[in-house]
Design a protein around this ligand. Structure first.
Ligand code: ATP
Ligand code: MG
Length: 214
């Protein structure tokens, strides 16, 4: 699944919440598993995981230990982490892999049109190795992708008009996030291979991602 949207739309917050929720037992919607959290922007916040865990009735310290955080320093490192994750995933009961953000290092290392082809090729291979892990080990993969809103987006379909859509159609589900009033956000499912398109409103609260309180 890809979460894409402008800065501050809650992509990282959703990734943190999922890293906590995956630890819950199945009857509470979890998978009783751990998370491999690949952080490419240095925006992982341990205290946020603790407070989201506490709000879900989990032990905050245990919950944080169940999120295996790794900082990717460049795109080759990011690729290598995923290529080398097989044994780790099995050994540590990983049921969710997060890459937050999957595109930023590629964007900065391969700027401009002249690098477009090599950037796309590398990114596509990377997305496919993530997909392979998902299929072989039956785990969820969530990637984030920051996109800029362009003035065009006020005309026609915004999910088509946003710039920097460089992920293409590899994800099974793409969720477009946009800001609403205050801490409210709108999530629109687009391009799903098995779900109907749809929209929901959610809110970013101190407890975490919640249904909006009116
Ligand atoms: P970027 O593209 O810059 O990475 P993002 O989509 O990842 O942005 P997030 O960092 O997930 O954005 O979301 C930022 C929002 O989350 C802000 O509106 C902020 O107020 C809210 N937020 C962050 N921490 C908390 C918290 N502890 N309690 C309540 N809201 C929070
Ligand atoms: Mg972020």
């Amino acid at each position: 699944t890809e979460f894409f949207g402008e800065f501050g739309t809650g992509k990282s917050q959703l990734a943190f919440q999922l890293s906590v929720n995956v630890q819950l037992p199945p009857e509470k919607g979890g998978l009783q598993g751990t998370t491999l959290f690949i952080d490419t922007e240095g925006t992982f916040v341990p205290t946020r995981i603790r407070s989201m865990a506490e709000a879900q009735g989990l032990n905050p310290e245990n919950a944080l230990q169940n999120v295996y955080w790794i900082r990717a320093i460049n795109s080759d490192h990011q690729i290598a982490i995923v290529e080398g994750a097989k044994d780790f995933v099995q050994k540590h009961g990983v049921r969710l892999i997060v890459v937050d953000s999957v595109t930023s290092l590629f964007r900065s290392e391969y700027p401009g049109r002249e690098n477009l082809a090599s950037r796309q090729q590398k990114l596509n291979l990377h997305l496919h190795s993530l997909l392979r892990l998902a299929e072989i080990y039956n785990l969820a993969v969530v990637v984030t992708n920051q996109v800029m809103a362009t003035p065009d987006m006020f005309y026609g379909d915004p999910t088509r008009a946003v710039g920097g859509n460089i992920i293409g159609h590899t994800p099974n589900n793409r969720v477009y996030l946009r800001k609403s009033k205050g801490q409210k956000r709108i999530a629109r499912l687009v391009d799903s291979s098995y779900l109907e398109p749809g929209e929901v409103v959610f809110e970013i609260t101190t407890q975490g991602i919640r249904d909006p309180q009116e």
